[in-house]
Ligand binder design. Structure first.
Ligand code: NAD
Ligand code: WQD
Length: 338
């Protein structure tokens, strides 16, 4: 299958591009490198012996996208491209609406024009907000509590409307829980710019000596050890979920939503312990106030994806910490070390 992957140079996109190439698919990545480096794709080539096509362009660029579709004639699209920092989205909401919604409009129009009828979209567990209690099934109430989350929620609704209007279009919305880890080679991984917002890259940078200590945001939540719990999913399992969804869409029609998570809640302190075990390094930490907007607990009910996609998460938190540490310790400054 020929798969056009927007945002394919990024964290989840590069791992998925690798999995697609390994499975024998052809890939064209469209990425403006606003939050990534082309080095990730060079390493995908090094690991797979296959080279994905690459177009450096913003997905909102109609002419560039038109040329990409005309030249590659994709059978399916995976749409990772998007801005994703929750805090930043409250500071520059218009940028988030412009990039995330605008790229989706341009992409859907190019798909319609070029007769491409299958799309997998990167959504987020953030759409479950704080309206109900985990484990979340796909029919739990949705909404969002910040501009980033609202872009995901709006795009889901747009995709649903477009699929209802065009019966030839098949849509798979994947709601990711908390992606962590790296490829087991340690050659590709998460490379956040500046101070990491997310727990795992922050812990990894403390272990690597780039940051002094971890701040744990609250230890008074109603969870077993008082720290927040999340459903951390290894990025390699997540990548496999995209291949499973593409396979399912080939035989399905209409609009589908699947949770990609493990179903297991893990606390911040559990992650610290797992990372210490994987790295042999003590992670200094300090308990500080809760982070505004955080929920106590978020985890998936992945039953629907397990049954309908024949997919389930296979790798453990220990695997993810070992792989994240291998990536961080061999690339202390991420792809900038290349
Ligand atoms: P990432 O920033 O590493 O990857 C996104 C990629 O898209 C980057 O390479 C960036 O350069 C590119 N990009 C952004 N806007 C673009 C545009 N308009 N045109 C072209 N390229 C553009 O992020 P990631 O963690 O790999 O996330 C991938 C997707 O998954 C995003 O849509 C994100 O919102 C979603 N998601 C991520 C997480 C997470 O915790 N990492 C969780 C849930 C959902
Ligand atoms: C995990 C836990 C923190 C950092 C975010 C987005 C969500 C999705 C995934 C894209 C929480 C605690 C964290 C730190 C800490 N992204 N923590 N110290 O908030 O579950 O989800 O990323 O869609 O939309 O909101 O992930 O990794 O930031 O936090 O104590 O320095 O770690 O309080 O309990 P979160 P996270």
């Amino acid at each position: 299958m020929r798969v056009l992957v927007t945002g394919g140079a990024g964290y989840i996109g590069s791992h998925t591009t690798l999995a697609l190439l390994e499975a024998g698919h052809d890939v064209l990545v469209v990425d403006d490198l606003s939050n990534s480096s082309e080095e990730s794709l060079r390493r995908v080539t090094e690991l797979t012996g296959r080279t994905p096509g690459f177009v450096k362009a913003n997905v909102r660029d109609e002419a560039a996208l038109d040329a990409a579709f005309a030249g590659f004639t994709p059978d399916a699209v995976i749409h990772f491209a998007g801005w994703k920092a929750v805090g930043e989205s409250t500071q520059i909401p218009l940028t988030y609406y412009r990039e995330n919604l605008g790229s989706t409009f341009t992409l859907l129009e190019a798909m319609a024009k070029h007769g491409c009828h299958r799309i997998v979209f990167s959504s987020s567990a953030t759409v479950y907000g704080d309206m109900s209690e985990p484990p979340f099934t796909e029919d739990a109430p949705t909404g969002a509590t910040n501009p980033y989350g609202r872009t995901k929620h709006m795009i889901e609704q747009i995709l649903q409307d477009v699929a209802a209007a065009d019966p030839s279009l098949t849509v798979g919305v994947l709601r990711y829980f908390n992606p962590i880890g790296a490829h087991e080679s340690g050659r590709i991984g998460e490379d956040p710019k500046g101070i990491p917002n997310n727990l795992l890259p922050f812990v990894a940078q403390v272990a690597a000596g780039r940051r002094e200590k971890l701040m744990i945001f609250g230890d008074d939540y109603p969870t077993p050890d008082g720290t927040g719990t999340r459903d951390y999913i290894h990025v390699v399992d997540l990548a496999a979920g995209h291949l499973a969804a593409l396979g399912k869409l080939a035989e399905a029609s209409g609009y589908h939503v699947w949770n990609l998570g493990t179903g297991n809640p893990t606390s911040v302190l559990d992650i610290v312990k797992a990372f210490e075990k994987a790295s042999g390094i003590t992670i200094p930490y300090q308990i500080v106030a809760r982070r505004p907007g955080d929920v106590a607990s978020s985890y998936a009910d992945p039953t629907k994806a397990n049954a309908e996609l024949g997919w389930s998460a296979r790798l453990t938190i220990d695997d993810a910490c070992a792989d994240a540490y291998r990536w961080q310790s061999s690339n202390p400054n991420g792809f900038a070390d290349a």
